[in-house]
Design a binder for this molecule. Structure first.
Ligand code: BMP
Length: 228
């Protein structure tokens, strides 16, 4: 398990990773900063992807990571998919920016070396897009994942069978599941299927009442965790 993520999650009793892709108003950094101030007690991690990087720039994102890095796990989601040397360089820049983990694509099959003791690296093996080619090749991606030093896998919350399949094969991998909320997976459904964390974006970030929405999700998660 990534110690920091697990530690924060246990402390808060939340298995939510908040995806910061969207913002209201014309100052996205101020919007996300205010949102994190209000919700940090209900969130274990934050996922930052290309929309946030393009809106806030690397300096803005680094500032956000520095400001909240003690209380939140920061996951870089740039779905890296290049030759191995370039991915290693990208991972090292993300680490310098203060990120704790990063998501990579596995299909290039170019990652024979991963840095030791560096960022937690998660491989994508299933996507929420209903007809994803990634899912068609999930078996091969899982085979490849088993040869790498990954912390975990990203598996669609909208595909509980895919979560069960990944969990069966990788008992100790950390499974992150996007797709709870707007894309249709109910809160805590991915945890029930065997995932460790649920990635949630718009249903919280664009909500009129993000605290209430997060509370609803976290309560469902706590119920599932207490059953187990
Ligand atoms: P939302 O809850 O707003 O649908 O956001 C889902 C997040 O998870 C987005 O940041 C998206 O990039 C990510 N994601 C996804 O939705 N499906 C995938 O298969 C893989 C993802 O990383």
């Amino acid at each position: 398990m990534p110690e920091k993520l697990e530690h924060i999650s246990k402390l808060k009793g939340s298995w939510v990773i908040l995806a910061l892709d969207y913002a209201r108003g014309n100052s996205p950094l101020a919007y996300w900063s205010e949102l994190l101030h209000r919700t940090t007690g209900l969130v274990a991690g934050v996922k930052v992807g290309l929309p946030a990087l393009l809106r806030a720039g690397p300096t803005g994102i680094s500032e956000l990571v520095q400001s909240f890095g003690d209380e939140l796990y920061f996951l870089a989601d740039f779905k890296l998919a290049d030759i191995g040397d370039v991915v290693l360089e990208e991972l090292s820049i993300l680490e310098e920016m203060g990120f704790d983990g990063a998501i990579v694509h596995l299909f290039p099959r170019c990652l024979d070396r991963l840095p030791l003791n560096a960022l937690d690296v998660y491989g994508l093996v299933s996507m929420t897009c209903p007809r994803s080619l990634v899912d068609e090749h999930m078996g091969e991606l899982l085979d490849y994942a088993s040869t790498l030093r990954l912390k975990g896998l990203v598996v669609a919350a909208t595909k509980p069978d895919a979560i069960r399949r990944a969990r069966e094969r990788f008992r100790h991998a950390v499974i992150l599941s996007p797709g709870v909320g707007v894309q249709g997976a109910p809160p805590a459904s991915a945890l029930s299927a065997g995932a460790d964390y649920e990635i949630v974006g718009r249903s919280v970030v664009l909500s009129e009442d993000p605290v209430r929405e997060l509370t609803r999700i976290v309560e469902a998660q706590r119920a599932v965790k207490h059953e187990g």
